[in-house]
Design a protein around this ligand. Structure first.
Ligand code: ZN
Length: 362
């Protein structure tokens, strides 16, 4: 109940109510000012006063509603701020990681009517919904949707699975489930500002990195420039990195498409994922789905037989919020993706003291 009232007032209708109030206020004030200071009936003067008041009111209102103070005031009135003196409950570290990663867009996590979630851009509430991140309108069909992957992303290379029947069956089961996954895109569409190719195009910019041109979401352009500078500096003293960079022929960024063998929209669709395409992989394995064609035990291919960027380059990307697809079980060693929430989450999970400290600060 509280939430439906909140949604009503925090979405489009509030701006309509505001517009009516501004116009009403401006008419009244214009008449008062006109009566006080103008002694001739001059419609031009009254229109100027009216327009000035409307403009100032609209600017002040927009500044006010854009301010995160607004989001905080809503949370304080209607919900219970997480109290981390108790145990950390499911989803709390993940939602906190989202807030820390996009603090200018995503509010602190909190509970509304006992359900964990956060606001995006102050007014759009998303339930954690066991990792599904759903708006209220999708909560009734919650079970239809799959979870966002908050994959454990270790600092070092994870160990490779052994080649045996049990692991093969396990991977086949994950593969089968993966094909059925349906992720609700509302959250990502809102975070990245578009739900189709045309609207997403508007968020994209051309950028140069590693000596190549690519198209990226404006959210990550500055991050890519910093990565580029650090990699270039390193390449000037490190021959291995220099050779690797010069072997890359293409930096493939924005492309509106689904993830292979799934109906889930790829992060390439949002312009925050980048593939470093080499001149040649020298017979090494790059992508699980290509390796799978000739090798049913593709999950057990050792790192020595996988195409790998230099460790130092991976660390530079990671230090600026990009995860590397080579650490995933369904490996994609040419793929980097801007997911600061995953890096932060894994940092928090490996440092309970930091987690509790951060959570208490909020
Ligand atoms: Zn990719």
């Amino acid at each position: 109940m509280v939430l439906s009232i909140l949604n009503f007032f925090t979405n489009l209708p509030i701006f309509l109510v505001l517009a009516v109030l501004i116009v009403f206020f401006a008419i009244i004030l214009s008449i008062i000012l006109f009566k006080l200071f103008c002694h001739k009936n001059n419609i031009f003067v009254i229109l100027c006063i009216f327009s000035f008041i409307v403009t100032v009111s609209v600017i002040v209102s927009l500044l006010y509603f854009n301010n995160t103070v607004y989001a905080k005031s809503i949370i304080n009135i209607t919900s219970e701020i997480i109290n981390f003196n108790n145990d950390i409950k499911s989803g709390e570290a993940e939602t906190l990681s989202f807030h820390l990663a996009y603090s200018d867009r995503i509010s602190e996590p909190s509970y509304i009517d006992g359900e964990l979630g956060f606001y995006v851009d102050a007014t759009n509430w998303f339930y954690w919904a066991d990792g599904r991140l759903l708006p209220e309108s999708k909560m009734k069909e919650k079970d239809r949707f799959s979870e966002f992957h908050f994959t454990l992303y270790p600092e070092e290379l994870p160990s490779i699975l052994e080649k045996n029947d049990a692991n093969y069956k396990n991977i086949q089961a994950i593969y089968g489930k993966r094909k059925l996954n349906v992720r609700d895109n509302t959250f990502l569409d809102m975070l990245y500002g578009g739900n189709n190719r045309v609207s997403m195009d508007l968020n994209m910019s051309k950028v140069s990195a590693l000596g190549l041109r690519t198209i990226a979401h404006s959210m990550v352009v500055e991050k890519l420039k910093i990565v580029d500078k650090e990699v270039t500096d390193l390449a000037s003293t490190n021959a291995h990195v220099r050779d690797f960079v010069s072997s890359i022929q293409m930096l493939s960024g924005y492309a509106w498409r689904n993830i292979s063998k799934s109906s889930i929209r790829s992060y390439h669709s949002y312009g925050v994922a980048f593939d470093l395409l080499p001149e040649t992989t020298r017979g090494k394995q790059v992508y699980w789905d290509w390796s799978r064609v000739n090798n049913k035990h593709w999950y057990s291919i050792p790192y020595s037989k996988r195409w790998m960027p230099p460790d130092e380059l991976i660390k530079i990307f990671e230090s600026h919020g990009f995860v590397w697809g080579g650490k995933w079980q369904f490996f994609d060693t040419m793929h980097f993706e801007y997911r600061p929430e995953i890096i932060i989450y894994n940092r928090l999970m490996s440092d309970e003291v930091l987690l509790k400290k951060l959570i208490k600060l909020i």
